[in-house]
Design a protein around this ligand. Sequence first.
Ligand code: FAD
Ligand code: MLT
Ligand code: ZN
Length: 482
Amino acid sequence: FGSLAAKVERNPSFSTLNADDISYFKGVLGEKTVVQEEERLAIANTDWMHKYKGSSKLLLQPQSTEEVSQILKYCNSRCLAVVPQGGNTGLVGGSVPVFDEVIINMSLMNNIISFDQVSGILVCEAGCILENLMTFLDNQGFIMPLDLGAKGSCQIGGNVSTNAGGLRLVRYGSLHGNVLGIEAVLADGNVIDMLGTLRKDNTGYDLKHLFIGSEGSLGIVTKVSILTPPKLFSVNVAFLACQDYFSCQKLLVEAKRKLGEILSAFEFLDSQSLDLVLNHLDGIRNPLPPTMHNFYVLIETTGSDETYDRQKLEAFLLHAMEAGLVSDGALAQDINQASSFWRIREGVPEALMKAGAVYKYDLSLPVEKMYDLVEEMRKRLSDSANIIGYGHLGDGNLHLNISAPQYDDRILMQIEPFVYEWTSKHRGSISAEHGLGLMKANEIFYSKPTDTVTLMASIKKMLDPKGILNPYKVLPHSFSSS
Ligand code: FAD
Ligand code: MLT
Ligand code: ZN
């Protein structure tokens, strides 16, 4: 039910776990961190959406890089497949086993190693939860360069491995820019130390980039060094209504021009997304009077001068109202109201889960074309599903979600491959930020030429010759089984 692409056979070259394997792992890790209890396995075998389910019989919780290294060395020699797992908030079926892969859960590697107050460079273990890092930095007067709705559960190692985008990318850029170093363990157990803490280092190939966004298919990320921006105290959030999509677009262009250096988020949602949040999540209310608007935009500014920033934003909003780009709006009066505006936008994925089955698409598209796809989908599916569009408009990233009472192959066949073909025709990407995982491994060709995929497969072969690391994910199945 997940995706047309999700049908895959177990690779027969992988071994099956036996009693000697369990004894070995207990010898290396100790009894407590070798988990075989059914209840805990059931949780780890299932993804956040409850859409992908594996049947792993073993979850390992290493506490150091050395332990990760010993686990992988052994699994590689025995040809046991593994799946690295962080907070298990991934949305493409990448973080759970497909069959009986051993789950390597990173949550016990959660130490902060160092923080440099002068440069703002944080070095920590991969299992640190994003929100804990945010709290730590807040006390130091810094912030993480990324923020996302899953911050309470996702881990920095998972963020790096998916190259997570999120709500601040428009201001601070992607993890390819902010991650300064990585320590990773390869399939054969070799530890690769790329844990630099330098802004500039042009000594040959910058191999850490291979691990950013490779979704656990090339190695297990064990440590990360990351550049964190200083915390600026003047933060303003506005929740605005627009009558049509064209006005959202024009508002974006104006915001970039007129808010310039203080713009820190530009998110949008359509009225169907807002309705879903209001109907399914408790304690959320529409900050605007209940007039029918078609689109909503959340703008955040972050700067260092309260008076100047507020004036700048107010002047921008006045101008946008006068130009007819904004039909109504509210400017948060305090931090609580600001977080209630954010809760609306961040609550969309959770509301979708409560509404029933969801088909999720995460697309990069030219901004002017983006919403055409949502409208086309509405025509294709008529009344059989609720089609909603939201996302990171400032980054050209649409989240197209199709919500239905239950999974139904007839709906899926109306969506795929149409969505991918449409995206490819408009030179977009079929994964802006969530990755390919299991869901889109076979669809990679919609966004990458065959020669590029072939090169990816040869890099995979070189780093993981037996293919034990997160099999069936990222690369198309025809490439990874050869
Ligand atoms: P997991 O889900 O556990 O794993 C994700 C992938 O990374 C898997 O392939 C896994 O094998 C691999 N992996 C995990 N840890 C490691 C490691 N240490 N070494 C090697 N491989 C590893 N994503 C965005 O980009 N932007 C968003 O705004 C956003 N918002 C979200 C909001 C909600 C409510 C939810 C549920 C998800 C959201 N996501 C978003 C998707 C998800 O949170 C991100 O992909 C996140 O970065 C995954 O982190 P994780 O620790 O949960 O990783
Ligand atoms: C978001 O921006 O809310 C996330 O990427 C999750 C989603 O797409 O549902
Ligand atoms: Zn997103």
